[in-house]
Design a protein around this ligand. Structure first.
Ligand SMILES: C[S@@+](CC[C@H](N)C(=O)[O-])C[C@H]1O[C@@H](n2cnc3c(N)ncnc32)[C@H](O)[C@@H]1O
Length: 398
């Protein structure tokens, strides 16, 4: 055991401290300014992972978790112990530090965007199934499933499903509802998101659709979208609204009007950006690797001048564009995604990143490739967690 002083919160949600031997310690559950006793659980040459044993001198920003399941070990929300008023400033600092450390870009303008309501907003939840058939969330860094009676972040339409449903034959379930439509659905699958045809669910109301092809309608920016259970959708309609607005501001009217050339919606999912931000007559190509999301996009963009390319973005043959909107999964664009964007010669690029480190790396790669980064807006769309959402704007340097 060692007593340490916590310096700051880092990407991934842990708190950083220095050990007496000079190594960095990443401590789960501690806060900046606190003096804590820790126990090393994993030791590496330059750093250790440590467990919080006791808070000796507590931060004024520490609160009693609002959710009772944190005490049971639920790993769903990593920052329940940090006052919600501090979440945005902590996320801004994590983004700035990632840009300094990973991209070596300390001078980028990083601004605060909006936050979604804290409680009962999430309309999509991925849950694990217990041997009893009840649903829960995994303990942090563990496969153990903690049973959940009610979830503080879940939309009220999902609460009853969480409490009453009993699942057999599948290890995980995705629950989704439409806040505006009232639609509800459940999809049973394995840990890798593969459909399990033989799985059974009991105890749910008649209106709940079951299966990966079930379609949930959700309204964003006044547009009703159809989203299949096995397609990606933002965590809540409020999150989708915030991201759509930030992308709109970053892209600007000229680029969105098609003035600079066609638009590429890379990693376009069910067509959220195309349907909400792009006029019907403006040519847009949506590139997306997931079959079900492409089928949704074909429906959601049926009245647009849209081309849907069902292919991994990194394998797509780039075509000339005026604007690229890229919203990759957590792993980000990487070198191949960036070189595909560069191949479009787009004047404006808007990058949506949901991981501070991958986002900073991608920003660095785009800057290296000749794009100027005009600023990063940080959104808080995952309340009670360390997860950040970043919307960055780039213009091609001539
Ligand atoms: C963060 S989601 C964004 C979706 C959409 N922009 C939205 O806001 O609803 C990322 C999307 O990228 C897709 N995807 C993941 N890897 C991909 C790849 N290599 N190439 C193309 N699409 C990919 C996923 O299926 C998912 O729909």
């Amino acid at each position: 055991m060692e007593r340490v002083q916590i310096e700051r919160l880092v990407a991934g949600g842990d708190a950083l401290a220095r050990m007496s031997d000079g190594r960095v310690a990443f401590v789960d559950g501690a806060l900046p300014g606190e003096t804590v006793d820790i126990e090393v659980v994993q030791s590496k040459k330059d750093f250790v992972k440590a467990r919080l044993i006791e808070v000796v001198d507590s931060s004024k920003d520490r609160v009693v978790p609002a959710c009772p399941h944190v005490a049971d070990g639920c790993g769903g929300c990593s920052w329940q112990h940090l006052h919600t008023a501090i979440h945005m400033s902590a996320k801004l600092e994590i983004v700035r530090e990632s840009l300094r450390r990973v991209a070596k870009l300390g001078d980028i303008d990083v601004r605060e965007g909006g936050s979604v309501p804290i409680d009962h907003a999430r309309t999509t939840l991925r849950m694990a199934v217990m041997p009893s058939g009840r649903m829960g969330f995994r303990r942090a860094q563990s496969n153990e499933v903690i049973g959940i009676e009610s979830c503080l972040v879940a939309h009220p339409l999902l609460q009853e499903l969480i409490t009453d449903a009993r699942v057999s034959g599948a290890s995980e379930a995705t629950l989704r509802c439409g806040a505006e439509s009232g639609d509800r659905g459940v999809w049973l699958h394995d840990e890798r998101g593969r459909n399990v045809k033989t799985a059974v669910i009991e105890g749910i109301a008649d209106d709940v659709q079951v299966g990966r092809r079930a379609i949930i309608r959700e309204t964003v920016h006044g547009v009703t979208l159809e989203v299949s259970m096995s397609s990606f959708f933002q965590s809540s309609p409020q999150a989708a609204e915030l991201i759509v607005s930030a992308v709109n501001d970053a892209a600007g009217d000229a680029a969105l009007s098609g003035e600079d050339g066609p638009i590429i919606d890379a990693y376009g999912g069910c067509g959220l950006f195309g349907a909400t931000l792009i006029d019907l007559e403006v040519p847009v190509t949506l590139v997306e690797s997931n079959k079900s999301a492409c089928a949704d996009a074909r429906r959601n963009l049926r009245d647009h001048r849209a081309r849907i390319e069902e292919i991994a973005f990194e394998q797509w043959q780039p075509t000339r564009a005026g604007l690229v909107i890229a919203d990759p999964a957590r792993s980000g664009l990487g070198k191949t995604g960036v070189s595909t964007i560069v191949g479009t010669r787009a004047k404006t690029v808007v990058l949506v990143s949901c991981d501070a480190v991958a986002g900073a790396r991608d920003i660095g790669l785009l800057v290296e490739a000749g794009y100027a980064c005009n600023g990063v807006t940080v959104l808080d769309v995952f309340p009670y967690t360390h997860h950040v959402e970043m919307v960055s704007r780039f213009t091609l340097e001539s």
